[in-house]
Design a protein around this ligand. Structure first.
Ligand code: NAI
Length: 342
């Protein structure tokens, strides 16, 4: 009774070239679309001209969100679904890109890892559905802890024999957005011109900003303060929201930038589109670290090329040494969750 469908006019025809480049618009599914991130993210994606169909899914409130967004006068079709009446299947079928912001956010005093117990189950459920109904879609995940949710999706896809590491990306763009803003505040520059590569993972000490590669010089004190602020910037928002959630608006902005970059590579076949993201990576094979965030060149398949880290300062080498064991634990936790569940 509740599977809700809203269809707009003026939908671009969707076709695929033999190179799998999407020629004429794409279907993007947002899972968790009625949440704090999901709503503004869906709003921003409604403005993306590469998207012909915005498919919104949540366990609650999606009909209202979809009805509201569908009135915006851009060409894309908007559909909204809840769980009943095969909502998840309908939301996912024929999707080219899936974005998952479903799950609980942090409260003051919580780490992202504290969210694991709730969010692991949600992400696994959505990954299973994606494996069944949209196995070819490029899967991008926002739900925390990203360090573990990417391994969870990967392990589910392995179980379904559809695993292609190029198609699963953890969105860490907010770390980059924050880093460029914080550096510009310190240096009095235009933040949109600041390029800060942030590598590693997406929680606390696993977040490694490569400030030595920004072209700026920093005192030791500045380096320490700035690095800490980038690693724990999310806490500023969690604290200011005083128990009502974590970053939603800046995250929606960051995710919409990321999806736009992905679509430029997918739809327009643009080359050299680089976004740091958390993906399957060979960079730290020797440490048995399977996933790592670094600069990733995006392509029609998702991950085109994983770039190495480049030259690190002694300070950054220390940050890396602190990050690797934590990252390894987070990855193992995600993989074990799937191995131990039915
Ligand atoms: P929220 O609680 O406002 O929204 C989450 C939404 O997920 C809700 O609408 C809820 O109904 C939905 N949901 C719950 N279970 C679901 C299921 N099984 N299927 C579909 N939808 C389901 O939370 P918010 O603030 O939007 O955060 C979402 C996630 O994003 C959290 O895990 C948070 O930690 C993470 N996050 C990630 C960031 C990143 O940089 N990657 C930054 C900020 C937050």
């Amino acid at each position: 009774m509740f599977a809700f469908k809203l269809v707009n006019v003026g939908v671009a025809k969707r076709t695929f070239s033999s190179s799998a480049t999407v020629a004429n618009g794409v279907k993007v599914a947002v899972l968790g679309a009625a949440g704090g991130i999901g709503q503004p993210l869906s709003l921003l994606l409604k403005h993306n001209k590469s998207i012909s169909h915005l498919s919104l899914y949540d366990i609650v409130n999606t009909p209202g969100v979809a009805a509201d967004i569908s009135h915006i006068n851009t060409a894309s079709k908007v559909t909204g679904y809840v769980r009943e009446n095969d909502g998840l299947k309908l939301a996912l079928t024929d999707s080219d890109v899936i974005v998952i912001p479903a799950g609980v956010p942090r409260k003051p005093g919580m780490t992202r890892d504290d969210l694991f117990n709730t969010n692991a189950g949600i992400v696994k459920e959505l990954a299973v559905a994606a494996a069944e109904f949209a196995p070819k879609a490029i899967m991008t995940v926002i739900s925390n802890p990203v360090n573990s949710t990417v391994p969870i999706i990967s392990e589910v896809y392995k179980k379904y024999n559809i695993y292609d590491p190029r198609r699963i990306l953890g969105i860490t763009t907010l770390d980059v957005v924050r880093a460029s803003r914080f550096v510009s505040e310190l240096k009095g520059t235009d933040p949109s011109n600041e390029k800060v590569t942030v590598v590693g993972g997406h929680s606390g000490v696993t977040i490694i900003p490569l400030l030595s590669q920004t072209g700026h010089t920093f005192t030791d004190e500045e380096l320490k303060t700035l690095t800490h602020r980038i690693q724990f910037g999310g806490d500023e928002v969690v604290k200011a929201k005083a128990g009502t959630g974590s970053a939603t608006l800046s995250m929606a902005y960051a995710a919409s930038c990321f999806v736009d970059s992905l679509l430029r590579a997918m739809v327009k076949g643009e080359k050299g589109i680089i976004e740091p993201s958390y993906v399957k990576s060979n960079l730290f094979n020797s440490d048995n670290i399977e996933y790592f965030a670094s600069n990733v060149e995006l392509s029609a398949e998702g991950v085109g090329k994983v770039h190495p880290l480049g030259k690190l300062s002694a300070y950054e080498k220390d940050l890396l040494a602190a990050a690797l064991p934590e990252l390894k634990k987070n990855i193992a936790k995600g993989a074990e969750f799937v191995a131990n569940s039915k």
